[in-house]
Design a protein around this ligand. Structure first.
Ligand code: TYM
Length: 334
């Protein structure tokens, strides 16, 4: 790591296939920021264990996720890329931070509450504990900036509280207090059929979600079916309250092309929703095809992928170990 650069950390859960929400809210930024920051990119496989899964799928998803990181331009020579479960310090610090986190604050997390509301049976403690594991991921590396989408903002705010609480308790700056970095646009991509809800990997109705490794024809069909509105005559402009569907599609269009929303409103001022959707499909296909081509090249070579994560884990451990030793020391465990 370079001394004059601050540390940035970001992570994705390898649960299922990654979506354009993951891409626009996080992954698409990683390549750009790795020049400016000492970047650490984690594959948060232990977070995936909070949902019931098949072990073969998880093993495959870890490699898929890594190949996608590389296809998006994350460079193992510039950034540390590792798998969370390979660096044992994460679970060790997690236990300690549990003892500095309150049951009340964890049950107030929106994501946890939404799982309760969904009526899931047998909510496991891992789901409640999930943000504390995120706290270990972040605080072990003395992270200055955490890059996430809006849905993870509340969790990182909790991490900041836990870190401040710990530092204040021991009257010492054990942990760096991180700042939240959101992508300027695209930090909250909504579902295609229910544009007031976040696009998510786990949505039961797959027509709501565009996956990065999905066939282009299937993506086109989903965009065609995306919910719009019944304004007469049909007009394309951004107004999330009145037109959540069109506003979401405009955001996606803008993120994938680099054109501003105003430019797009102007360009499509005389077009129908269908024409607009076709143009959006074309723009998305160009980027996603390129990404998929690169992904398949990396994905073929599992021994190269393995070398990256073995090396990444040993680099990550160097930093994680130091922080954990300091924590053990202040707690009187050393
Ligand atoms: P995960 O895997 O759900 O999502 C990974 C990243 O994608 C962002 N994201 C979105 N952004 C915009 N629109 C959407 N619809 C959308 N859906 C997801 C998320 O905000 C996130 O940035 N617990 C985390 C992973 C994690 C982590 C960490 C993140 C583990 N440890 C430490 C940061 C720091 C998670 O499940 O993200």
């Amino acid at each position: 790591m370079e001394k004059n650069k601050s540390i940035l950390l970001s992570a994705i859960q390898p649960t299922g296939c990654l979506t354009i929400g993951n891409y626009l809210g996080a992954l698409s930024q990683w390549n750009k920021v790795q020049k400016e920051y000492n970047s650490i990119y984690c594959i948060a496989d232990l977070h995936s264990v909070t949902v019931q899964h098949n072990n073969k799928d998880l093993r495959k998803n870890i490699f898929d996720t890594l190949a996608l990181y590389l296809a998006c331009g994350v460079d193992p020579k510039k950034s540390i890329i590792f798998v969370q479960s390979h660096v044992y310090e994460h679970t060790q610090l997690n236990w300690i931070l549990n003892c500095y986190s309150y049951f009340g604050e964890l049950t107030r997390m929106t994501q946890f509450k939404s799982k309760l509301i969904d009526g899931r049976k047998n909510i496991n403690i891992g789901l409640l504990n999930y943000p504390v594991l995120m706290a270990s991921d972040i605080l072990l590396y003395q992270t200055n900036h955490v890059l996430v989408g809006i849905d993870q903002k509340q969790h990182v705010e909790l991490v900041i509280n836990i870190a401040n609480r710990f530092n204040n308790f021991y009257k010492s700056k054990i942990f760096t207090i991180p700042a939240i970095l959101l992508s300027q646009q695209g930090s909250k991509i909504m579902s295609l059929l229910e544009p007031t809800k976040k696009m998510s990997k786990s949505n039961i109705n797959k027509k709501n979600t565009i996956f990065l490794l999905e066939e282009i024809n299937s993506i086109r069909k989903k965009i065609k079916m995306a919910v719009t509105d019944s304004e007469e005559p049909a007009r394309i402009y951004y107004n999330f309250e009145k037109k959540p569907g069109i506003s979401n599609l405009l955001t996606i269009f803008s993120c994938f092309t680099g054109k501003t929303i105003a430019e797009l409103e102007n360009e499509f001022s005389k077009n129908s929703y269908l024409e607009f959707k076709e143009a959006l499909s074309d723009a998305l296909s160009t980027v996603i095809c390129r990404l998929q081509r690169s992904y398949f090249e990396y994905r073929e070579d599992e021994s190269y992928l393995t070398r990256i994560i073995v090396n990444g884990a040993s680099q990550a451990r160097e930093y994680a170990k130091k922080t954990l030793e300091t924590v053990y020391y202040v707690l009187g465990l050393r």
